[in-house]
Design a protein around this ligand. Sequence first.
Ligand code: SF4
Length: 229
Amino acid sequence: MKIGALQKFSMIDYEGKLSAIVFTQGCNFRCPYCHNPELVKPEKYQTPVPMEIVFSFLENRIGLLDAVVITGGEPTLHRDLHVFIKRIKDLGFLVKLDTNGTNPDVLEHLVKNDLVDYLAMDIKAPLSKYSQVTRCAVDISKISRSIELIKTSGVEHEFRSTLVKNLLTEDEILDIGNLLGKKTRYFLQNFVPAKTVNEKFMQAVPLPLERINILLDKFHLNYSEVYVR
Ligand code: SF4
């Protein structure tokens, strides 16, 4: 594991839980709006946080924190992710994993071995537009498999998409809803212009609030579990 950063406390990243957040280094996507370039672009990597620092911190938080959120970058790129999670769970913490869904085999192994308590997968676009949005060649069959695997895993889960004006049309966002199905927990997250992987994207704009409300109304005609975050 290469840990890019450790955030010691969060009340918002795992609903209803007090958590610490581990940010892994490295990602196989280049979403232009990504606000973690230091975890995505190798030339921006900082010295990794040593594993013993992470575990000595967690050992001191037993009984004080409920959970550890593992996010990135893309955590499933790390071959020893399951070993890392097992060690966290042996300390008694719940584990939430954020993923872009490119490694369904890893997700399957974690689910089968009861190593995750919550899965959150980003849906970048309708399947036909994945490569265009992520700026990478994408094996779409793996994205589809991850969606199905997570939906049928029995593990608490959510999907979420980032809304950027002119990146996805509103019809395309509704298409993502079709891809996920009507009873799936799906969060629409508006883009926040801050630092971005693609610096030109600093000028990108979030979807206007009135458009989001129209979109939500359309979703709620058929979907009950769609929210804005
Ligand atoms: S937003 Fe995209 S580039 Fe950034 S960490 Fe997530 S998948 Fe990787």
